[in-house]
Design a protein around this ligand. Structure first.
Ligand code: UD1
Ligand code: CA
Length: 455
């Protein structure tokens, strides 16, 4: 049966105290709603419908370009009313899975089990037992332990309030059945809302209700405040760190690793504390990443060592390279194998050839550096004339003395030597030495200026 997923996301989220709709707040750098959509598509959903209301324009903007439909719920009259807004978009024959934009850690595996166990003309319900069921809808069962109804906290009797099995809100049923049941739901209850949960008693009367449970209650936890957002962020990061460790990565402290994106990591990688991974990152085997490193959209070759406090973005790094501490590797940097970038070196749109080094204090931008080149401390490629950018080429084996400026466009030939403190404005031929310092002068017995006494 084809699957349609309905994601409720119309609520205001008052307790977030935010101008941004709650479901757009990120977990691991990705909107909560996107986590739920991604889970839906992992289930091979044919269709995803987001029910939006508060902040619908912002939600719509976030969903642009995705295969997601939006149903507007202008007034939030209850969860039953919310699902009802999506149903006209859904084929009667489809199965409907109801998810929540503010319950981001739900696992596709749990959902596919729920779908599998849903009775043909009945309803599959995800429930969980909680030490403190306060606030949740309670699961009412009969003597045969079959689910017969859900009663909301505000409508429950003293006896029912003692039930510790609660409704997660997540359920599955056929679109045709849901339409019929919801048509019979009224708002005659303590909150004056159209409760989705009132369909459970109706399903129990027809095809029956089957309850399933998540592997952990964190999967069904919702976010109502920024405190809860932070708790789910940590839980999610812990899950990712655990997965890495199971794959053969040493994570020095799983509580101090943040992966905000997609990390593809080989075995025997070591990640020290306070490392942030963003975007799409691939790390090959034997890489060591020291403390306080930020890596975004990079490929890091085998056995490379990235030392503390370095930032890398949009770079391809070869094998056996050394980077940092305190290196800034900017987009379109390519380090060939065994290249070396030391402290306070910034690179951008630059290829650094095999075995080449810039060990300290340099800016290398729009540059192609050959093999075995040595770039001294304080070297700057002057790539910008205030209007245009130009390229610098440094050929194999060249030696660039400290505190030199290479004014682009300029080429330093193979094995050429640039003397310390030189400003290079013209191309330097192979094997040449170029030097532009003024000759050193000496003046005997030089008298320094004297302080003039004030009267
Ligand atoms: C709901 C369930 C309750 C369950 C709990 C789990 C009902 C009647 N109750 O209660 O049994 O234990 O979730 O968290 O379903 N929403 C809309 N439009 C609306 C109303 C709600 O989009 O008109 C969205 C909200 O944005 C929210 C979600 O649905 O994300 C749940 O709504 P909420 O009002 O918080 O339901 P609860 O009272 O928590
Ligand atoms: Ca709620």
């Amino acid at each position: 049966m084809a699957l349609s997923v309905v994601i409720l996301a119309a609520g205001k989220g008052t307790r977030m105290r935010s101008s941004m709709p709650k479901v757009l707040h990120p977990i691991a750098g990705k909107p909560m709603l996107q986590h739920v959509i991604d889970a839906a598509y992992q289930l091979q959903a044919q269709q995803v419908v987001v029910v939006a209301g508060h902040g619908i324009d912002q939600v719509t903007a976030m969903l642009e370009g995705q295969k997601v439909e939006i149903a507007e719920q202008a007034e939030q009259l209850g969860t039953g009313h919310a699902v009802d807004q999506a149903l006209p978009l859904i084929d009667d024959a489809n199965q409907v899975l109801v998810l929540y934009g503010d319950v981001p850690l739900i696992k596709p595996q749990t959902l596919s089990e729920l779908i599998q166990q849903t009775p043909t003309n009945g309803l599959g319900l995800l429930t969980v037992k909680l030490d403190d069921p306060m606030g949740y809808g309670r699961i009412v069962r009969n003597q045969n332990n079959q689910v017969t109804a859900i009663v909301e906290q505000k409508d429950a009797s003293q006896q029912q309030l003692l039930i510790d099995e609660v409704n997660t809100g997540i359920l599955v049923a056929k679109a045709k059945d849901l339409k019929q049941w919801l048509a019979n739901v009224d708002n005659n209850n303590a909150q004056g809302e159209y409760y989705l949960t009132d369909t459970i008693a109706m399903a129990a009367q027809s095809g029956g209700v089957e309850a399933c449970h998540p592997t952990s209650s964190i999967e069904v936890e919702g976010v109502n405040s920024r405190v809860q957002l932070a708790q789910l962020e940590r839980a999610f990061q812990q899950q990712q760190a655990t997965k890495l460790m199971e794959q053969g990565v040493t994570v020095i402290d799983p509580a101090r690793l943040d992966i905000r994106g997609e990390l593809n990591c080989a075995q025997d990688v070591l990640i020290d504390v306070n490392v942030i991974i963003e975007g799409k990152v691939t790390i090959e085997s034997g890489v060591v990443i020291d403390a306080n490193v930020i890596i975004k959209d990079c490929v890091i070759g085998a056995a490379t060592h990235i030392k503390s406090n370095s930032m890398l973005e949009g770079a391809t790094i070869g094998k056996n390279c050394q980077i940092g501490p305190f290196a800034r590797v900017r987009p379109n940097t390519e380090l060939k194998d065994e290249a070396f970038i030391g402290n306070f070196v910034e690179t951008k749109k630059t290829v650094l050839g095999k075995g080449s080094k810039a060990s300290h204090l340099a800016y290398i931008g729009d540059t192609v550096v050959g093999e075995k080149v040595n770039i001294g401390a304080g070297v700057i490629t002057c790539n910008y004339d205030g209007v245009n950018k130009f390229q610098t080429i440094i050929e194999d084996g060249a030696f660039i003395g400290s505190d030199s400026q290479l004014v682009a466009p300029v080429t330093i030939g193979k094995n050429a030597t640039v003397g310390a403190g030189t400003t290079v404005t013209k191309d330097v031929a192979e094997n040449d030495l170029v030097i532009s310092r003024v000759r050193q002068k000496h003046i005997d017995g030089w008298q320094r200026p004297q302080k003039i006494e004030k009267k």
